[in-house]
Design a binder for this molecule. Structure first.
Ligand SMILES: Nc1nc2c(ncn2[C@@H]2O[C@H](COP(=O)(O)OP(=O)(O)OP(=O)(O)O)[C@@H](O)[C@H]2O)c(=O)[nH]1
Ligand SMILES: [Mg+2]
Length: 475
């Protein structure tokens, strides 16, 4: 017998919600915009500023390059309950509260995925559409996730033995060689073919994780750290899925015991690939429509050549997730639909305005090879240097009888404003000698007091250009 569901039953409600979501997608009424970047690249501040700029977008003087606002077609923006209840909410309220506090503070670091939904009401540009529906709504889901998770993609194509060999090659060079000592000594003391002891597994993975954290420390600033969840565990912190590490030496072939330390490590590695890496791509990455990758180029300059090269390699690895060529791993495994990708050099307020073109050109050069591959796959890409929250003011000062441009702001660990010339951004990829003469001095600043914001808007640089590229064609 046919059973009718009560219109208000939870089942019909759920079905209706899913149906509405699918309909919104089909009619191009919802966009999933993913924001990523390596840790401290500026994701939380970027999303907070983006949401803030949109919510206050009715005043069109602060987003001149965003056509929707500039053409006066924006009717209003509101935060809405997010569609995916299993993803933590992006805490716009908390981030904004800390930026507006007295004294203002930067939002706390985050280590997992989060999401926020905005409903954007607007007048369509197309006059015919405007006749049928004078006001439309676009649901914008913004997803924040650690770029470190994308470092794991190549694992899907590597056996445990191949991956171990790659990590060992990296660990044979400074500074990893010295930093990995404690972990190596412990691994050398183990009999890899003896039956597994849980305590040894745990200790091996803890020492390996400590090693990764040391590499990540400000002093070394390394970012090419695998597996990605070991430094950014998200909700997997303490889970046995993360209790494994690479091996220094692979035992000879023909070893059959399934309960040995080696065999257990290998099984854990395969579980990580299946339940963490593949799951992330399937459940999240494949649902994204648009993507912005934030890169803190200036921080890499500060630390030295080795850090710079490491970051470049890490970003190239991150960008492999966007090469979806017919023959490559990604296309074989997943069905991805990202059609626009923006690379943004963040914290552009750390340099003088005349250096902005250099910063943009530098990022283009740094990503040239990856960008070519991505464009080849038909994804539209663009590069911009921006600041989600402008903390400095451009100024001129006299030095040895000459006028030079500088920036004024309050350094992060001070309460006194300074005026400084932070250095020129090179246009070409620098050589090791460039670091010998204290050439780069890009320091961190404190957020400006809310009382200094113009018209109660977070001051920014070029957020409108980012919005136009990422969303302009949707309205
Ligand atoms: N001057 C300036 N500093 C910024 C800007 N955005 C971020 N920062 C600095 O960069 C730090 C990190 O910014 P977040 O937005 O928290 O970076 P994140 O990528 O979310 O960092 P994790 O959550 O730790 O991965 C901040 O605490 C600020 O010091 C900006 O637009 N201008
Ligand atoms: Mg964050």
């Amino acid at each position: 017998m046919r059973q009718w569901l009560h219109p208000l039953s939870p089942v019909t409600h759920g079905v209706k919600k899913n149906f509405d979501e699918a309909l919104n997608r089909t009619l191009d009424r919802s966009v999933r915009l993913a924001v990523t970047g390596l840790s401290r690249s500026g994701k939380t501040v970027f999303i907070t500023s983006l949401v803030h700029q949109l919510i206050h977008g009715m005043n069109n003087d602060h987003l001149p390059f965003f056509e929707l606002v500039n053409n006066d077609r924006l009717q209003g923006v509101k935060q809405q309950p997010q569609p995916d209840l299993h993803i933590p909410t992006f805490r716009y309220d908390l981030s904004l509260d800390s930026l507006m506090a007295d004294p203002p503070a930067w939002p706390e670091p985050t280590s997992s995925i989060s999401e926020i939904r905005l409903a954007i009401r607007y007048q369509p540009q197309n006059t015919l559409l405007r006749y049928f529906a004078p006001v439309n709504t676009l649901y914008l889901d913004i997803i924040d996730y650690p770029g470190e998770w994308l470092l794991d993609l190549p694992l899907l194509d590597l056996s445990y033995e191949q991956w171990s060999a790659q990590i060992m090659a990296l660990c044979d060079q400074a500074p990893r060689l010295a930093l990995s000592q404690a972990w190596r000594m412990f691994m050398d003391s183990l009999d890899l073919l003896a039956p597994t002891k849980e305590t040894q597994l745990r200790q091996a993975s803890e020492l390996y994780t400590e090693f990764l954290h040391c590499c990540h420390d400000k002093q070394y600033g390394l970012t090419l750290l695998q597996p990605g969840r070991f430094t950014m565990p998200g909700d997997l912190k303490g889970a046995p899925l993360l209790e494994f590490c690479p091996l220094l030496k692979i035992p000879a072939h023909g070893h059959k015991a399934t309960d040995s330390f080696y065999a257990t490590m290998k099984q854990r590695y395969e579980s990580y690939k299946e339940h963490v890496v593949r799951k992330f791509y399937k459940d999240h990455f494949c649902q994204f429509d648009r993507q912005i990758v934030l890169v803190d180029v200036l921080r890499a300059f500060n630390t030295g050549y080795a850090t710079f090269k490491d970051m470049q390699a890490a970003i190239e690895l991150v960008l492999k997730s966007f090469h979806y060529g017919k023959s490559n791993l990604f296309n074989r495994l997943f069905n991805v639909k990202i059609d626009k990708l923006l690379f943004a050099a963040t914290k552009a307020d750390h340099i003088t305005p005349n250096q902005l073109p250099n910063l943009e050109r530098f990022l283009v050069q740094m990503l040239a090879q990856s960008n070519n591959n991505i464009k080849f796959e038909g994804v539209k890409t663009e590069t911009v240097a921006l600041s989600a929250l402008k903390c400095t003011q451009a100024a001129n000062t006299e030095f040895q009888g000459q006028q030079i441009s500088c920036i004024k702001g309050i350094p992060k660990h001070s309460d006194k404003p300074v005026a400084l010339f932070p250095g020129e951004v090179p246009v070409d990829i620098p050589v090791p000698e460039d670091w010998l003469q204290d050439r780069f001095n890009f320091i961190d600043f404190r957020p400006p007091a809310a009382s200094q914001w113009q018209n109660n808007r977070l001051p920014h640089m070029r957020m409108d250009r980012a919005l136009q590229f990422l969303l302009g064609d949707k309205f």
